[in-house]
Design a protein around this ligand. Structure first.
Ligand code: C2E
Ligand code: MG
Ligand code: MG
Ligand code: MG
Length: 291
């Protein structure tokens, strides 16, 4: 049966399919040298304290500036890195680059208002047995206060293996980093695990924020998440704020933190440096007003 299928596959050889497989292989090979060629870039999306309007943090979002194909976004980039078994070195590199930048900003006194800088962890990274050791080594080597780094995990990672997840999360907390649950409410969530997990932050998924102004159910869900976070002593961060109305709603329900294109799009490290410089100092209250 298998042989028969195999013959068919060859007989119906599909040049289109071959081309896309070939393209993938080329990309995977190009990815191996992308770091050395300085094509992988960290972008930073500022997060804001929605009360004061001042920057309160940032999320690192990867971009691959491919010389021929243009910008390759993080979803494709991370998928490619996972398939070609490059996610561990690339993931480490991302944390190290972030740590070096954070150290520089800390030394320049630019992080007075900024709580922490967030890095997304892929499920493969999170499951790797050397994750905790690797992260604490990087932070020690870069001499970064671990509390300045926040790691974002997704619900799917947490639900997959609660016991193993809990152990890894506790070890991560012991290193001093902050832990954040990304896209909260969009996955298969159970509220029972929330009180067990050593979390610092809940990020409210963009898909809820999109319709808070027009959809009463989504508005109710977001308000419930904000209240839940408050009672569990977690920071709430709304993602994907695109309009003034969405911002006003979030302020009305006392959602403390937020990020989104309406506030600031992701910018590269040098731009972020200039951005927080322009927003710190004595004039900061006047200039930093986004609200
Ligand atoms: P995420 O962690 O939920 O990141 C937020 C995504 O929403 C980012 O997309 C960001 O650019 C986008 N975004 C921010 N504000 C707005 C807005 O107002 N409107 C809309 N429509 N979108 C907004 P991006 O950069 O394409 O990243 C997509 C996902 O890729 C991220 O989702 C994250 O899960 C993953 N990712 C990004 N960087 C990394 C990384 O370094 N490592 C890993 N493992 N995953 C990453
Ligand atoms: Mg994230
Ligand atoms: Mg996010
Ligand atoms: Mg998210």
């Amino acid at each position: 049966r298998a042989k028969h299928d195999g013959r068919n596959a060859i007989r119906f050889y599909n040049p289109q399919l071959h081309k896309s497989a070939q393209r993938r292989l080329t990309l995977e090979q190009e990815l191996r040298s992308a770091i050395d060629r300085l094509e992988l870039r960290l972008y930073f999306q500022p997060q804001f304290d929605l009360h004061s309007g001042r920057p309160s943090g940032a999320e690192v979002l990867m971009r691959w500036l491919h010389p021929a194909r243009g910008v390759i976004g993080p979803l494709d980039l991370i998928a490619l890195a996972e398939e070609s078994r490059q996610i561990l070195p690339i993931g480490e590199w991302i944390i190290e680059q972030t740590a070096m930048r954070v150290r520089g900003w800390e030394q320049s006194g630019l992080l007075t208002d900024i709580r922490s800088v967030s890095v997304n962890l892929s499920p493969v990274q999170f499951r790797h047995p050397r994750l905790v050791a690797t992260i604490s080594q990087i932070l020690a080597r870069c001499r970064v206060d671990p509390g300045r780094i926040s790691l974002e995990l997704t619900e799917s990672v947490v639900m997959e293996d609660l016991k193993g997840t809990l152990q890894t999360m506790r070890q991560l907390k012991d290193t001093g980093v902050r832990l954040s649950l990304d896209d909260f409410g969009t996955g298969f969530s159970s509220l029972a695990y929330l009180r067990q997990l050593p979390l610092d932050e809940l990020k409210i998924g963009r898909c809820f924020i999109r319709s808070i102004v027009h959809n009463q159910q989504d508005a109710a869900i977001v308000e419930a998440i904000v209240n839940l976070a408050e009672h569990l002593n977690l920071d709430a961060v709304a993602e994907g704020i695109e309009t003034a109305d969405q911002l006003a709603f979030l302020q009305r329900i006392d959602c403390r933190f937020g990020q989104g294109f309406y506030l600031q799009e992701p910018i590269d490290a040098d731009e972020f440096d200039a951005y927080i410089r322009s927003k710190s100092g004595p004039d900061s209250l006047r200039h930093a007003r986004i609200i």
